[in-house]
Ligand binder design. Structure first.
Ligand code: C2O
Ligand code: CU
Length: 507
């Protein structure tokens, strides 16, 4: 009972619908027989078993042109392709301007960008700029569908600090499959504050994107979803920037890794094989106020972390994912990947290394949002298929926020499974988790936060601008199977007193 993602070979049947029907039938059967809880008995570990025989691919920086008015213009094309992840073994893939994954977009705070997204898939898609503060109609959520052969050209001004963001499709009910097969890329923002700090920033040299996805290959070397666990599709193999078994040559004493969890369901706890400490310098929305020296960083799907690690001449050190602390118990831990571990990428230091300055003790100002300024508190309770008892409805606006106000969102995981929570448009701060102040890794700007079973997290955010009563933004669980099944809601930002309008669709 497995479902393959293959390119359709003509015919009218929709592989997406066939897949959904198959999954629903399978779940009904499994739940009915009470065997869903025993599907996945084995823990996964690739520790010590990875050959590191392929050089880590570095996604190219996307080309851009500059318009007469100074707008930086990018062109992205979604397309089907094939990739030999291992020599001689061909896998059907999706990519952006290539076979698999997409180029790294890069822009400066204050700059205006325009991105022409051409869809050359044979299904509709969208392109969402995850972590970006921008007008809702440029956000690339499920309302901004791009039909096969179509083009969509959003434009906005970058108005937020230097950060590691990313982009991926967000089609209604079909995000998991498109993301899994390779539609994702990094979006790096720069600014003057970051540029003035002594940090590694030579892209692909000592500043390295690390896009981590777990996958499963079937016997024909095709991407397989197979039996999803409660969290979703949990793979047994990692692709890092689309590279299997990767190594990275390091020529500097310190290297900055921009870790992006672009997996559909899996949460990682990244660290190094000898438990060396590293400096966590940034999270989803930008740099921290000061580096946090730690030996682990947990990332659930969609989250990012920037870390700086030191290496000694000629040593090999492995970035690993340890069994992540998920807050689950019993068999749920096994089924959510809480027992699993992976070797991610081997860093191979050169015999002589170029000097790198130590990581600065102070990084940036992170002004705290004040709960006393909040004009509204909202509650969200996540369960297996619902938020506040409802599944996603494209035609229902769930929440209406007023422009230029601060709000507190109390997000609760109402059952025993893992989730996380992502909000479009804003970067938020974590006020507390079960009443406790956030740990240092959650003290900066975030747009996605892990939500352990039964936990309650209070988030605070400001809706600065971009009122538009008819274009909703999304909030959702970023475990993509959950999202696709309806763990998502919509909000609009309006002028004071304005009423929301029925959502505009582009199709
Ligand atoms: Cu990364 Cu709503 O998305
Ligand atoms: Cu979820």
């Amino acid at each position: 009972m497995t479902a393959r993602f293959r390119r359709p070979r003509g015919g009218a049947a929709s592989p997406g619908r066939a897949l959904r029907v198959l999954v629903v039938v399978a779940l009904v059967v499994l739940v009915g027989c009470g065997v869903v809880d025993s599907v996945r008995g084995e823990e996964v570990s690739t520790v010590g078993a990875v050959d590191f025989d392929q050089e880590l691919a570095i996604p190219p920086l996307a080309d851009s042109t500059t318009d007469t008015d100074g707008t930086r213009v990018f062109d992205l094309t979604t397309q089907a392709g094939q990739r030999e992840f291992s020599p001689g073994q061909v896998t059907d893939t999706l990519g952006i301007n290539g076979d698999h994954l997409g180029p790294t977009l890069r822009a400066r705070s204050g700059e205006r960008v325009e991105i022409n997204v051409h869809n050359q898939l044979d299904e509709s898609t969208t392109m969402h700029w995850h972590g970006m503060h921008l007008p809702a109609e440029a956000d690339g959520g499920p309302h901004q569908a791009i039909e096969p052969g179509g083009r969509w050209s959003p434009s906005w001004s970058i108005d937020q600090p230097a950060a590691t963001l990313w982009y991926h499709p967000h089609p209604h009910g079909r995000t998991e499959g498109q993301n899994y097969r390779g539609l994702a890329g990094m979006f790096i923002l720069d600014d003057e504050v970051e540029a003035a700090l002594e940090l590694p920033r030579d892209y692909g040299v000592d500043d390295i994107p690390v896009i981590v996805q777990d996958t499963r290959f079937d016997s024909d070397r095709q991407f397989e979803i197979g039996n999803r666990e409660h969290a979703g599709m949990l793979g047994d193999t990692l692709l890092v920037n689309g590279t299997l078994r990767p190594y990275l040559e390091v020529g500097h004493e310190r290297v900055r890794l921009r870790l992006l969890n672009a997996s559909t369901a899996r949460t990682y706890a990244f660290g190094f094989d000898n438990d060396r400490t590293f400096a966590l310098i940034g999270t989803d929305g930008g740099l921290l106020a000061e580096p946090y020296h730690t030996d682990r960083v947990r990332l659930s799907p969609g989250e990012r972390a920037e870390i700086v690690v030191s290496v000694e001449p000629a040593e090999h050190v492995v970035l690993r994912s340890y069994p992540p602390e998920l807050g689950t118990s019993g068999f749920t831990t096994r089924q959510s990947g809480g027992d699993d571990s992976f070797d991610v990428v081997e860093l191979r230091a050169g015999a002589s290394l170029q000097n790198s300055p130590p990581v600065p003790e102070r990084l940036v100002d992170v002004p705290r949002l004040d709960p006393g300024d909040a004009s509204q508190t909202r509650q969200f309770e996540l369960r297996s298929r619902t938020i506040n008892g409802q599944t996603m409805d494209m035609n229902r606006v769930d929440e209406v926020a007023t422009v230029d106000t601060v709000e507190i969102w109390e997000v609760e995981n109402g059952h025993g499974q893992v989730h996380n929570f992502h909000i479009h448009d804003v970067q938020f701060q974590v006020l507390d988790i079960d009443g406790e102040p956030p740990p240092p890794e959650l003290a900066g700007w975030k747009d996605t936060v892990f939500l352990p079973p039964h936990a309650s997290i209070r988030l605070i955010m400001r809706f600065d601008d971009y009122a538009d009563p008819s274009s909703p933004y999304m909030y959702h669980c970023h475990l993509l199977w959950h999202e696709d099944r309806g763990l998502m809601g919509q909000f609009v930002v309006v002028e004071p007193g304005q009423q929301p309008a029925p959502p505009d669709h582009d199709h």
